[in-house]
Design a binder for this molecule. Structure first.
Ligand code: GRF
Length: 204
């Protein structure tokens, strides 16, 4: 099943999806990696993995977010994508793109939603004193980080953690969770093979 990945930066979740797609039994194939940031490091990673890439800088579109999204949508369709994974895509979406991909656009967020939507989730989790933190894969809807939850993985907050150590612990789970949830979303009836996703799957 052809899937597009939208990024803005380093693309470590994208890399986790690329690696998952190397497995014969994984239901997705990456048809396109698209970034709104021409300098995104993830674009080079994707290109060196032999994937089709595109960059579509949002800046020339000024305030016309929808015009930018119409071009994104055209590229997604041209690539034959049937689903879209946001993986560190740092632009808020308008109802146009959300509506066009309703039920077929996933996002990964570095907190246990509905706690800590938005930015700086690890700092805010530490400030709140939570003992359990984690990540969420959800369907994208118009409200930022508000769509139906498809899967979560939890990590402990340890004494002495700062945002970097906690964030790294969460990120390791993101990389396991996203492919596992994507596979289940694309093939809900298939048995998910492998034990590597077990820690993440536990929190489905
Ligand atoms: C991840 O923490 C993801 O949860 C959030 O943005 C970050 C992207 O990191 N949405 P990467 O580009 O996948 O490395």
């Amino acid at each position: 099943i052809p899937v597009a990945v939208l990024i803005s930066g380093r693309g470590s979740n994208m890399t986790a999806l690329i690696e998952a797609c190397r497995e014969e039994s994984f239901p997705a194939r990456i048809a396109l990696v698209l970034s709104n940031e021409p300098a995104a490091a993830g674009l080079a990673t994707a290109a060196s993995a032999g994937l089709r890439t595109a960059s579509l800088d949002h800046r020339p579109f000024g305030r016309d977010r929808e015009a930018h999204e119409r071009e994104i949508d055209a590229l997604l369709r041209e690539a034959g994508a049937q689903a879209v994974c946001l993986a560190g895509y740092m632009r808020r979406l308008t109802p146009f793109l959300v509506g066009a991909w309703s039920g077929r656009m996933l996002n990964i967020h570095p907190s246990l939603l509905p706690s800590f939507p938005g930015l700086h989730t690890h700092e805010r989790a530490l400030a709140a004193g939570v003992r359990i933190h984690g990540c969420t894969v959800h369907l994208v809807t118009e409200g930022v980080d508000e769509g139906p939850i498809l899967g979560q993985a939890a990590v402990p907050v340890l004494a002495g953690d700062d945002a970097a150590t906690l964030g790294a612990r969460v990120l390791a789970q993101e990389h396991r969770l996203y492919p596992a949830v994507l596979a289940r979303h694309l093939r809900p009836d298939a048995e998910q093979a492998g034990s590597d996703g077990a820690a993440a799957l536990r929190c489905f």
